[in-house]
Write a protein that binds this ligand. Structure first.
Ligand code: SF4
Ligand code: SF4
Length: 64
């Protein structure tokens, strides 16, 4: 099982991770201009698509 976490302080607001996630657990806060985890972080499939597109290194995946 994988768990995803996202450091909103590090996020640069590019929004690329949101569309990249096949599990649809990442969303974008238009007011804050930051991505956030809107779904169940344990539904992460560990595909690393979000990490690949994230240039700021804001996203971490942990296998538990
Ligand atoms: S890809 Fe990274 S920097 Fe861009 S919105 Fe997602 S978490 Fe933020
Ligand atoms: S690793 Fe894959 S499933 Fe998990 S949050 Fe990132 S894009 Fe979504």
């Amino acid at each position: 099982m994988f768990v995803v976490s996202l450091d909103e302080d590090v996020c640069n607001g590019c929004g690329l991770c949101v569309e990249s996630c096949p599990a649809r657990i990442l969303s974008f806060n238009d007011d804050e201009k930051k991505a956030f985890i809107s779904g169940d972080e344990t539904e992460c499939m560990g595909c690393e698509a979000c990490i690949t597109v994230c240039e700021s290194g804001a996203i971490t995946i942990m296998e538990i």
